[in-house]
Design a protein around this ligand. Structure first.
Ligand SMILES: [Zn+2]
Length: 165
């Protein structure tokens, strides 16, 4: 006999009411609902409690939550272009920008060609003087992997439930 909730093959099943749906489930899954004498009305839709759990899990994986947990700030890949275009939009030569942040024009040239990666202190000076953001918030790799597995089966869900219990 196959449990309709977790798919376990067990000798006997119990009929339980989960919200308003009657399911034949194993003893382990019976705790999700109230046991009933015999099946009455059956619905083919996903049991509401499962739908709710899936929905809650999906909400936990939205990008908004990732940002709330705080991704990491990393130097933008196109920082050379960002520096150059911000400088040029102000009509400054490389030496002009250098003078404002106490760096040689050659340092600005290296930054704008990508030959040099600025350290945190230099990034802050450039951001302040140019009025731009050179760092971007990136998703932690672990979260990306987790999101890739967002497609869940009921079996996964029961495992998930056990993990959280
Ligand atoms: Zn079960």
């Amino acid at each position: 006999m196959i449990c309709e909730l977790c798919g376990a093959d067990v000798p006997r099943l119990k009929n339980v009411a989960i919200e308003s749906t009657i399911l034949s489930v194993c003893g382990d899954c019976a705790r999700f609902g109230d046991e009933v004498a015999s099946p009455v009305l059956r619905r083919s839709t996903m049991p509401p409690i499962i739908a709710q759990r899936l929905e809650a899990r999906q909400r936990r994986m939205t990008p908004k939550d990732v940002y709330a947990q705080g991704g990491e700030l990393e130097l933008a890949e196109d920082f050379p272009q960002k520096i150059r275009s911000a400088r040029e939009s102000r009509g400054w030569k490389q030496a002009d920008l250098g003078a404002k942040i106490n760096e040689k024009a050659s340092v600005i040239a290296k930054l704008e060609s990508g030959a040099m990666t600025p350290g945190d202190a230099l990034v802050r000076k450039l951001e302040r003087e140019l009025g731009i953001a050179l760092k971007e918030r990136v998703q932690p790799v672990a979260v990306k992997k987790q999101a890739a597995r967002a497609g869940l089966t009921l079996g996964d869900l029961v495992k998930l439930n056990d993990d959280e219990a």
